[in-house]
Design a protein around this ligand. Structure first.
Ligand code: HEM
Length: 460
């Protein structure tokens, strides 16, 4: 396999990477749109770790090797920004929050939010995560008797949204979660359609899809405004992220964040903080239902370590198998399955030229199933994440949370939440895929199982 450091050559000398010819003018846009996951996996098989792909008027380079991923996200991160088509579409929804902003502005906001994610703060969230999970466990248990199938992916969206609202903003958005879920689902589909259009139509055009998107953004805005207004009305002492954002002052000007800025940060954290985690939970249920042996090991660990009581933050280090299940689930179905960067200057990666004006695509979906990194890459095997086996792999063979300076701020939050939610629920119910309810990974901004994961509940 080639690496980022070899062979050393200046961008001008380096050849362009190999890649598919595609159709005249269109390039690969039609094949890509039909089945993005299959398309990118095929490029790795046919052309290797560095592949140049024409998508309509633009060229993108897919980088699949972990050393190349490290180069872009970490070692040479200064040469890459988020001025890509992918992030432009996300900006239409989230504005200039932590995920989408850049430069000094981003750094200031990141420093401001970081303390809310420190280890001690996170430990304080565990109780809320478990209490919300106990509520869901009660609901799931109450469905055992009927034997009727239900969409557990939807339950997980409600749960993770409630947890994000309660822990980060001190607000129970439980009642709103249906409206948020629907608006977000449609907004993602819309964003995806725009992304794969050859020439995105101006948003000002009053097309039905544009109007619908506007309405969905308005719904999300309303939820966020309610959270902020309620806090302003209530006043009092709060020690959460919302308070930190609302009280922060610019070091130079002493000014507070504008309402728009506050809206963008709150919406970003609310959406980034629940959608991905809900998707990871849903895929974990799918994988456990398909792998009864792993499920038995998980249930045995929960019975041994918890003996029927709800978990606490202190239990987490002992729930090692549960954590390996989470890691393996994030490998096979990484919720952030693709993300992009734009090179500021020409670069050389793996001996190939990455010209300015093109985009780089990093795909956990592809790297996480790379046959040279993983034995039987499509098989669910949580023990790949035993420490001794992990040590054999390069750091960026597994990067569901990205890496380098723009690494997910919520990664420890998410991992803790995933372990605590699964430990709470799966001691009390066993979830099996209900026959006749098909679903597939739907690659939009996140990789969700669509149209949902229909299961039946029994006692473990
Ligand atoms: C399984 C769950 C999660 C996954 C897979 C995930 C994945 C990611 C990835 C890949 C990035 C980096 C994107 C890039 O480099 O372009 C990211 C960034 C981010 N994530 Fe997460 N995330 C998860 C959970 C969370 C949670 C729980 C929160 C908040 C509570 C959160 C908030 C953010 C924010 C604010 C950023 C932008 C960070 C920055 O650029 O400074 N995420 N996430």
């Amino acid at each position: 396999m080639s690496t980022a450091s070899a062979p050393a050559s200046s961008p001008a000398d380096a050849p362009l990477p190999p890649g598919p010819r595609g159709e005249p003018l269109l390039g690969c846009v039609r094949e890509l749109r039909k089945d993005p996951l299959a398309f990118f996996s095929k490029q790795l098989r046919e052309y290797g770790d560095v592949v140049r792909i024409r998508v309509g008027p633009v060229f993108v380079t897919m980088l699949a090797h972990p050393d190349h991923v490290r180069h872009v996200l970490q070692d040479n991160a200064r040469n890459y920004n988020k001025q890509t088509r992918g992030f432009a579409v996300v900006r239409e929804l989230l504005g200039q929050g932590l995920l989408t902003s850049e430069g000094d502005f981003w750094l200031r906001q990141r420093r401001l939010a970081q303390p809310a994610f420190h280890r001690q703060r996170l430990a304080g969230f565990a109780r809320t995560m478990v209490d919300a999970s106990v509520d869901l466990a009660n609901t799931l248990e109450s469905r055992i008797a009927s034997g009727q199938p239900f969409d557990v992916a939807e339950d997980f969206t409600h749960l993770t949204l409630r947890i994000a609202g309660l822990t980060l903003f001190g607000t129970d958005v439980g009642d709103e979660s249906h409206a948020i879920g629907e608006a977000l689902g449609r907004a993602q589909t819309f964003a995806n359609q725009r992304l794969t259009r050859l020439i995105p139509l101006p948003r000002a055009l009053p097309l039905p899809s544009h109007l619908r998107f506007k309405k969905d953004v308005a719904t999300l805005d309303r939820v966020v405004r309610t959270i902020i207004d309620r806090r302003r009305r209530e006043g009092g002492e709060h020690h959460d992220l919302l308070q930190m954002l609302m009280e922060a002052r610019d070091e130079d000007t002493g000014e507070r964040m504008s309402d728009t800025q506050l809206r963008d940060e709150v919406l970003t954290l609310l959406l980034a903080g629940h959608e991905t985690t809900a998707s990871a939970l849903a895929w974990t249920v799918v994988l456990l239902s398909r792998n009864p042996e792993a499920r038995r090991s998980l249930e045995a660990e929960l019975a041994r370590e918890l003996a029927g009581r709800a978990p606490t933050v202190e239990d987490i280090p002992r729930l090692a198998y549960t954590r390996r299940v989470v890691d393996e689930s994030l490998r096979l179905y990484p919720p952030a399955w693709i993300f992009s960067r734009a090179p500021i200057q020409d670069d050389v990666v793996g001996g190939f030229r990455i010209p300015r004006g093109t985009f780089v695509l990093l795909l956990p979906w592809v790297t996480h199933r790379h046959p040279k990194l993983w034995d039987n890459p499509n098989t669910f095997d949580p023990d790949r994440f035993l420490p001794e086996r992990e040590r054999e792999r390069p750091r960026f063979a597994w990067f569901p949370f990205g890496g380098g300076p723009r690494q997910c701020i919520g990664n420890q939050f998410a991992l803790m939440e995933l372990v605590l939610v699964l430990a709470t629920l799966l001691q009390r119910v066993r979830l099996d895929l209900a026959p006749g309810h098909d679903f597939a990974p739907a690659p939009a901004i996140t990789l969700r199982p669509r149209p949902g994961v229909w299961v039946t509940a029994t006692r473990p």
